[in-house]
Design a protein around this ligand. Structure first.
Ligand SMILES: C[S@@+](CC[C@H](N)C(=O)[O-])C[C@H]1O[C@@H](n2cnc3c(N)ncnc32)[C@H](O)[C@@H]1O
Length: 369
């Protein structure tokens, strides 16, 4: 690594190490960042499920997008989490198909979701979680246990369907659904039956926690790393048997194409332009098949807007520049603008972050697919 990247590494490590371990553990898994509701976390989980099961669970995935949009409206926009009266009025209005609950305007996408539940999808029943949420009479502030149970609707559902589809307990016995569909006996495919997964900048197992809870983690051989030791200590405390390492995305200690898949959230905007290029070179070098990256600051602008902020960066990244960078490393990008995706999938016209994008990257060269 050259001197500039070494210096940048020191600064990046310092900027995250200044925080308390408990804060690092909790700050990215609550509110709009809650990976049960955050669309980018959901898309990463779907990316992994899709790698195993292709289109099989498409309908259930669509229900999960609608769930995220509707719960986000109830909790973060209408703030009904601690408002038992508001919940009761909203339930009453939804049952009457009214678009107004004592002055609170109910958006069309929420009414439509209510009307469509319960629903059959991908071999399971999606319950009327809106009814359960709104019928809850608990008036405690914040998220009571019953609200948490509603938030867990899809972790219960995915555990059930993945448990049925991939009933073995360890990743060693998982085979690709494609093999099964082709009628091939388990293990007869040339590819290794276990998909390995890398997560750079895994934080305190922020997204990994939900891979576990949703029954996805057991289907992969997971490795997470982060530059911040406090994060890795948190992650190891939470999941002692899982591989979490202290590591630097500028220099990943792995041979080329070691990992089948890679997921990343909210890292690349924090790097200098040279750091960004090096990180992408490294991630592409060690990934054999496909990458899913969540960005919180991207736009369809010709050049990156580089914004140093104390010891790190808070850049607005250019989508065309990012496509070029990945193309130079042999990966083609499918870009998803989160606000547009939300509108198309759920009818919800508002997004918390108009600059959020997720990129799905597929290795285009090398003949490994
Ligand atoms: C905004 S947080 C995102 C954490 C997690 N991916 C999430 O979305 O919840 C950025 C993370 O990147 C890590 N990080 C920063 N520079 C890094 C580097 N060069 N290599 C590995 N991790 C790094 C930080 O320690 C921090 O945990």
């Amino acid at each position: 690594m050259n001197r500039d990247l070494l210096l940048e590494t020191e600064k990046l490590a310092r900027s995250w190490a200044q925080h308390e371990a408990a804060w690092l553990r909790d700050y990215l898994v609550a509110g709009v960042e809650d990976p049960r509701l955050n669309l980018q976390s959901i898309l990463s989980r779907h990316f992994l499920i899709h790698a195993l099961a292709q289109e099989r669970f498409g309908l259930l995935m669509q229900h999960e997008y609608r769930f995220a949009a509707a719960l986000d409206w109830l909790l973060c926009v209408a703030r009904l989490g601690g408002d038992a009266e508001g919940r009761s009025a909203t339930l009453h209005a939804l049952r009457r198909r009214s678009d107004n609950a004592e002055g609170l305007e109910i958006p069309q996408f929420v009414s439509q979701t209510f009307a469509d539940l319960p629903a059959e999808a991908s071999g399971c029943t999606v319950p009327n979680y809106l009814e359960t949420f709104l019928a809850n009479e608990d008036s405690a502030e914040g998220q009571s246990q019953s609200i948490d149970e509603v938030l867990n609707t899809f972790s219960v559902t995915w555990n059930r369907v993945l448990g049925t589809h991939f009933p073995t307990t360890g990743p060693k016995r998982v085979r690709l659904a494609a093999e099964a569909e082709e009628g091939m006996p388990a293990g007869s495919h040339e590819r290794p039956p276990v998909l390995s997964l890398l997560e750079p900048a895994c934080g305190s197992a922020n997204d990994y926690r939900f891979l576990e809870r949703f029954g996805i983690a057991r289907l992969f051989e997971y490795t997470g790393f982060d530059l911040c030791e406090k994060n890795i200590e948190n992650a190891r405390t939470l999941y002692p048997g899982v591989r979490f390492d202290t590591g630097n995305v500028f220099e990943i200690p792995a041979s080329p194409e070691t990992f089948d898949l890679c997921i990343i959230h909210d890292l690349l905007e924090h790097l200098s332009p040279a750091g960004l290029e090096q990180a992408i070179r490294e991630v592409c070098r060690v990934t054999r098949r496909a990458i899913c990256i969540g960005f919180f600051q991207m736009d369809e602008i010709p050049e990156h807007l580089v914004r140093p902020a104390e010891d790190y960066h808070w850049n607005l990244l250019s989508l065309p520049r990012m496509r070029d960078l990945f193309a130079s490393q042999g990966f083609t990008a499918q870009a998803v603008h989160i606000g547009t995706f939300l509108l198309r999938q759920t009818g919800c016209p508002k997004t918390h972050n108009p600059n959020a994008y997720t990129l799905f990257l597929q290795r285009a060269t090398g003949g490994h697919n």
